[in-house]
Design a protein around this ligand. Sequence first.
Ligand code: 5AD
Ligand code: SF4
Length: 437
Amino acid sequence: MNVRDSEAVSALLEAAGHQPARTEDEADLIVVNSCSVRGKAEDKALGKIGLLCFSKRERPTRIVGLMGCMAQRLGPDIFKRVPGLDFSVGTRRCGAIPRLVERVLAGETAIHEISSPDETPDVPDAHTESGFSAFVTILLGCNRRCAYCIVPDVRGPEYSRPAREILAEIEALARNGVREVTLLGQSVMNYGRANAVWSPSDAPSAGAFAEPFARLLEAVAAIPGLVRIRFTSGHPSGCTDELVRAVRSLPQICHHLHLPVQSGSDRILSLMRRGYTRADYLDAVRRLRAAMPDFALTTDVIVGFPGETEADFEETRALMNAADFDNSFIFKYSPRPGTPAADMADDVSDEEKRRRNQVLLEDQDLRGVAANQRLVGTLQEVLVEGPSLRNAARWAGRSPGNKIVIFDPLPGVQPGALARIRITRAAPQTLYGDALT
Ligand code: 5AD
Ligand code: SF4
């Protein structure tokens, strides 16, 4: 989400006549996009902006701004914490940045633009020229209020963009050569549940699907030129029969979902207010895999949530093995101000959080190697990116399951094409193979 917001701001600044700097050092304008999801992310951002503002002593004309969740959370207090900051823009107003830069150039400083949580956001549709793959925001904010999470406070309530707006943005991307889009939302399958997204003048028939998100997938799949569609992040409640049917029947949709589980213990899931049980989660996994045996799943897990016992932790380990995740992102619980969990005792020691984190990473490595080994001998359809970062003589692309695949280039296999690769070897994070003509 933040990568997409940063890209939109870059594109808006370019449209306003600014040019990208080659290095941070030579930049006259620097905007730091910030994340509030864990305390560490905020500490890092504060350190970075502090250094940048300090650099203005030697470069008084440099403009430094802050955007994103931390700007939203701290409001005008940010200017007390970071003297010299020129502007700070909350989550639903990043489109205002080019105008704010003009105001700073005209002599203003310490400008802050914080959105009210219920205002209708103006979502920029601008993109920079960046290859064959693009992110498209379809749903802002979140209505779930998981006990540990600051996102609903800083990104506001759910707002689904009108389908017409999203489709126009993707059509323009496809005309410019984009081949893959990833639809973004905190709980992306909630698209269209909180506000209307299809107006009566849009396609009167709902096609094969009635749910707003499945309808959107169907409409995106009809856009010429796109060969791949992804969406993230998922929630088990969104894994309806209709969603499963849409993913299985629309050939462009990749058989991969990032489906954060957070914990495998029913007691902790309930304290976290996740809105599902371990059995519900595993049922969603079972239905996806029953319909699509090649379905790849990745997840997020929090270790050391208040009150998490060794037994709870072992249930998480067992669930992760049962769900057989292709990859997982493990986070140590970090209390966030104003969230319900911040009132509970943060009673798992940092050392124990680190240990649990390490155990899950090691389990994941074993599962990841085994999952990749099972792909040796299979044929993977790879969206070709071009020369690999490590060895430019070989090329890289991604499988539908979002794994990096390395292969020798063949004449006729161009970046942006779909190539068929026979997998010959598997490493923990990478697959190797031969391109078929
Ligand atoms: N502490 C640790 N991890 C968190 N996440 C969200 N809030 C917190 C928190 N307070 C994790 C969740 C989420 C991911 C983006 O960040 O796992 O899925
Ligand atoms: Fe946060 Fe829960 Fe919403 Fe995800 S679903 S953004 S964890 S409140």
